[in-house]
Design a protein around this ligand. Structure first.
Ligand code: HEC
Length: 108
């Protein structure tokens, strides 16, 4: 029992530095974004009707540069429920989310 616990703690200690280096975009998405944007970037109906774009859509993807997506996540969209996340997320975490969103386009 105690040995298992010690092993588990040792594994946690090993895992931590790696997690700090590469933000887990999937986990961030699930925590901060999924409610309004769906598991894979397609907003649930109640948000889609409020004008949340389908982030999978090729036309939306081609309309936005990474820089624009980044700025949108950091600063939000005034007058909508899309809040500014720069106080909640680190710069590297926002970058990871931009990559994740770009990945939505590829996976249908
Ligand atoms: C409370 C609901 C809500 C949450 C949570 C939310 N969003 Fe949004 N998001 C919106 C709405 C509403 C819009 C549409 C904004 C507009 O019309 O300008 C939007 C738009 C966007 C867009 C597209 C903007 C455009 O028009 O090009 C991106 C990208 C985006 N959100 C990313 C994220 C990310 C990443 C997160 C999590 C860190 C997140 N959102 C969390 C509601 C939300």
């Amino acid at each position: 029992m105690t040995r298992t616990l010690a092993l588990a703690l040792a594994l946690c200690a090993l895992a931590r530095p790696a997690a700090a280096q590469a933000p887990d975009a999937r986990a961030l998405w699930a925590t901060h974004c999924q409610t309004c944007h769906g598991l894979k970037g397609k907003a649930p109906m109640r948000y889609a009707v409020q004008g949340v774009p389908d982030l999978n859509a090729a036309d939306w993807q081609s309309m936005r540069t990474d820089k624009q997506i980044r700025a949108l996540i950091a600063d939000g969209s005034k007058g909508t429920q899309m809040e500014a996340f720069k106080a909640k997320l680190k710069s590297a975490e926002i970058d990871a989310l931009v990559k994740l969103i770009r990945g939505f386009a590829a996976k249908k």
